[in-house]
Design a binder for this molecule. Sequence first.
Ligand SMILES: Nc1ncnc2c1ncn2[C@@H]1O[C@H](COP(=O)(O)OP(=O)(O)OP(=O)(O)O)[C@@H](O)[C@H]1O
Ligand SMILES: [Mg+2]
Length: 112
Amino acid sequence: MKKVEAIIRPGKLDEIKNALAAAEILGITVSQVLGFGRQKGHTQIYRGQEVVTHLLPKIKLEIVTADEKVEEVIEIIVKTARTGQVGDGKIFVQNVDEVVRIRTGEQGEKAI
Ligand SMILES: Nc1ncnc2c1ncn2[C@@H]1O[C@H](COP(=O)(O)OP(=O)(O)OP(=O)(O)O)[C@@H](O)[C@H]1O
Ligand SMILES: [Mg+2]
């Protein structure tokens, strides 16, 4: 199992959520986050220290899925999240050792 973590533009959330639901992705966690990428907004001298001043609002999606669905999930996110402008976001994929459905105690892929 893998966790696909995607940082996207807030305005893209609905479209991506609907596309994932249509592809029978069974669960998703959404957080409002702040972040910067390569362009990193601006830095300035503040009381002698250089601080980052531009953290942009982004949305973080977390989707845990079976290994064989990961490529499809990535494809859907890339296709729906891309505008072609800087700041479109990024996708990180991690291994997931275990999943437990709390209600039933089921474990592994059947708990996804
Ligand atoms: N290396 C990273 N680690 C953690 N979060 C990141 C990383 N790179 C980007 N992000 C997150 O993704 C958001 C969007 O990043 P962004 O799309 O600007 O990346 P980029 O590397 O600057 O690419 P681009 O040149 O297309 O803008 C950031 O605001 C941040 O929340
Ligand atoms: Mg950027």
